[in-house]
Write a protein that binds this ligand. Structure first.
Ligand SMILES: Cc1ncc(COP(=O)(O)O)c(C=O)c1O
Length: 380
């Protein structure tokens, strides 16, 4: 039996591991759950809302993905075992790794939870940033595990020196690259040196590199940390189908890790937690490079248009290697958020301590034209 099939059997419990694993609530779409319209009963109907608040892909899944989704409907009565293997193989092919290096999740949110659960404890803290994607810190606190949050620097970049300095004795370091919500990215050398420093000073600490926005990076010094993760049991990379692949509502994500690490992480999964529809759609779209390139181009164009609008109006816009922008409004953005929502535009939530900055996800060009017209008035 091939190695990864053995892992798969083990994950199903047939090898004596999976069914005895601790159950874990699956990650919910945290961006969606925290979105402003979700909390506000007075918000306009969601159907008519231009949603620039959750860093979703406004174009949805591609044609190949939709076709696969429809074709899989007749398998909806079956548990997703075979579809999981198919997706693990597709992911492995795409990254030139073995399926034994792949761990599936119901969105990458589940992967983040698995890592917090597996690697932090009451005596092994989580190192995160402020601001960064909040769920790992939130989940660690829920479990009663200590959290150290290191503020970003004045250029909105993760302060890697300070994060490394606080990592000695940590169970897990959450390194979001590119970082949500600041949209900043660190190049390959900086990532390697950061990981190297932590590995030398604190050999037991695991570094989770969240690459949810990987496909949107333009910075040429950047490279994925996947080769590091495959070689080093203390490095894990998470990826998602929620962004460039346009599948946020379907819920699929994955981790790439050393085979031993992957085996351990699988024990923390919700068994059969990803639906056959999500699995089949993801498998059909991961290798659709023409579609990905098209999505990247659309995002780049609409982002450039939006940046030009704000810069033309005299606002500072942070660097962005993602599908969203951070704009310094130099005032409390709350009235602007409220005015936008009145006009049917949902924008990003607050991200303390960046109290004067607004996060705006990139929609279609048409949506950004409408949104900037509303923002022109809202900003006075
Ligand atoms: C940095 C980052 N990581 C992970 C996620 C979770 O995405 P999902 O659970 O949809 O894969 C998000 C969602 O916005 C994110 O911004």
């Amino acid at each position: 039996m091939p190695l990864y099939r053995r892992y798969f059997v083990s994950a199903l419990g047939l090898g004596g591991v999976g069914l005895m694993s601790p159950p874990l609530l699956s990650g919910r779409g945290s961006e969606g759950r925290l979105a402003t319209w979700a909390r506000d009963a007075s918000a306009p109907e969601r159907a008519g809302l231009i949603r620039l608040d959750s860093n979703e892909n406004p174009n949805g899944p591609g044609a190949r993905a939709i076709e696969a989704l429809q074709a899989m409907l007749h398998e909806a009565n079956r548990y997703p075992d075979a579809a999981e293997v198919t997706l693990m193989e597709a992911i492995a092919r795409e990254h030139g790794v073995s399926p034994a290096n792949v761990v599936l999740g119901a969105g990458s949110g589940e992967i983040l939870r698995m890592c917090v659960e597996a690697y932090t404890s009451t005596s092994k803290h989580l190192v995160s940033a402020a601001p960064t994607f909040e769920p790992p810190a939130r989940f660690a606190r829920l479990l009663g595990r200590p959290v150290v949050e290191v503020p970003v620097d004045s250029a909105l970049r993760l302060d890697l020196d300070a994060m490394a300095a606080r990592s000695t004795g940590a169970g897990l370091v959450f390194f979001c690259n590119p970082n949500n919500p600041t949209a900043t990215v660190h190049g390959e050398m900086a990532v390697k040196s950061f990981v190297g420093r932590i590995r030398r000073a604190s050999p037991e600490t695991v570094i989770l590199v969240d690459e949810a926005y990987h496909e949107y990076v333009d910075d040429r010094t950047y490279a994925t940390a996947i080769p590091m993760a495959v070689a080093d049991p203390k490095v894990v990379v998470s990826r998602t189908f929620s962004k460039v692949f346009g599948m946020a509502g379907l819920r699929a994500g994955y981790a790439i890790a050393h085979a031993d690490t992957a085996r351990l992480l699988r024990e923390y999964r919700v068994g059969s937690g990803t639906s056959v529809l999500a699995l089949a759609t993801a498998a059909a779209t991961i290798g659709d490079h023409a579609h990905i390139a098209d999505e990247q181009r659309k995002n780049r164009e609409a982002k450039a248009f939006t940046r030009a609008f704000f810069e033309g109006a005299g606002y500072k816009v942070g660097p962005s290697d993602t599908n969203f922008l951070m704009i310094d409004l130099r005032r409390d953005p709350q009235p602007v958020r409220a005015a936008c929502r009145q006009q049917g535009i949902a924008v990003g939530r607050p991200f303390p301590p960046l109290d004067t900055w607004l996060r705006l996800s990139i929609g279609t060009m048409d949506e950004m034209r409408q949104a900037t017209a509303v923002l022109r008035t809202a900003l006075g």
